[in-house]
Design a protein around this ligand. Sequence first.
Ligand SMILES: *Cc1c(COP(=O)(O)O)cnc(C)c1O
Length: 518
Amino acid sequence: MTGVAPPAAGPDPRSHLLGNETADDYRRLVTDGVTRVAAAVARTARPFTGVSPDELAPRVGAIDLDRPLGDPAAALAELEEVYLRDAVYFHHPRYLAHLNCPVVLPALLGEAVLSAVNSSLDTWDQSAGGTLMERHVIDWTTGRIGLGRAADGVFTSGGTQSNLQALLLAREETCRMLRKNLPAPAPLAALLPHLRILTSEDSHFSVQKSAKLLGLAPDSVIPVPSDGNRRMRTDLLAAEIDRCSAADLTVMAVVATAGTTDFGSIDPLPAIAGLCERAGIWLHVDAAYGCGLLASPTRRHLLDGIERASSVTVDYHKSFFQPVSSSALLVRDGATLRHATYYADYLNPARSAERRIPNQVDKSLQTTRRFDALKMWLTLRIMGADAVGRLFDQVVDLAANAWRLLDADPRFEVVTEPSLSTLVFRYVPAGGEHTDADRRHTDLANLHAREALAASGEALVAGTVVDGRHHLKFTLLNPRTTLGDIRAVLDLVAAHAGDHAAAPEPAAATGTAGPPVR
Ligand SMILES: *Cc1c(COP(=O)(O)O)cnc(C)c1O
């Protein structure tokens, strides 16, 4: 049925609002929901059911959002059908695909609290203590990084936004310096075409996206080649800095990655920091993935040099085991956050700054903003940082052991030894690959293995392209995953890929110049 239902003389809609009168309803409703989720989590036998978009779309599409069920139990039962049953469950030990972590219980408690109280961390008058608590978690993080006494930062929606804001600050600071040396006032538009960002070829695509949003030239992001361990080559970075300066281009920022998305590689931060300091360049360290090392009792040294950054991206929702969203941008000089400041009469008039009222909106690209810091707060207060760091250590150890397994396995080629917790590898048929056609066939076998595995729901792995060839990727973020799980998944991958590799090459696959673009 479609169309608008006749108005029902239902209960007073105010009964749906959280308030004094409904506190008990709230408790019952949320408890019912949590009970269902707990049951779904407890019975998860596979990370995924393998449902296809074609199967699920009609089920979702058939639901008439203009015909409310009225009853929470009915809505939850429906939710089971359209979502809970077929969701992708990151807590399952054979979910090995993307940078999604199982989440810690204290953070889920924080999530429940923050959504009910619903503080908005833009202004003090919408959050009170929440503002101070966010600042405290930010200070804890800058302390762990070692950014110094003038450091500051702000929570963001994710690493993409953190990187964008970092590059906005870098652009503004760079233009400010440029203008000092120019004889006449220069509008931003005149400076933009000359700005460049140097980053490794393995850095995150949000750097390119940010450059576009910031009005930089299409060729403004210059990829610096990586070494065999997928770390930025600092000799080539130095050469590129010189080349830009000779060509009258201004390097607005160097973006180093502490934990590349594909390889978990950590760029040589001390050497990069040295080059940036000498040339007066803003150094942004994208530690969206590697930030978990900040809490590691044994591996903090892998981030040495990060304390020399101008800005740092941290994704708590990756290696601090927090639910999405939870990220922060941290800066060495808190004053640079003023480039995100705008005084609105209705919200944060300049007068509020004079009165030193702590308004986080002065530092943020967002206005209304979640109190995500509460999740880290409760995590630190209940578990403590060491426990979080030990969780990350466990997956890094697991990856090291899994690498030995893969390296010794003739069915696979593994690209590089991990420094964090990803493994990029490729199934190769027993006969090897001799021609380009062989390699293309193996590409398809790897693609097929990933898809067949996902369709079976037995395990989820990721894929990526290295040197033009299709590879598979494990991102290990679940401390409950065992080497036995890895072994079992490798057997499944090899079986699926082997089936495909043994099949005659389909005509459609032969004419392609490279791996299909997906
Ligand atoms: C995941 C990731 C990002 C993007 O972060 P989101 O939270 O997904 O927006 C940026 N940089 C690196 C290195 C990442 O791994």
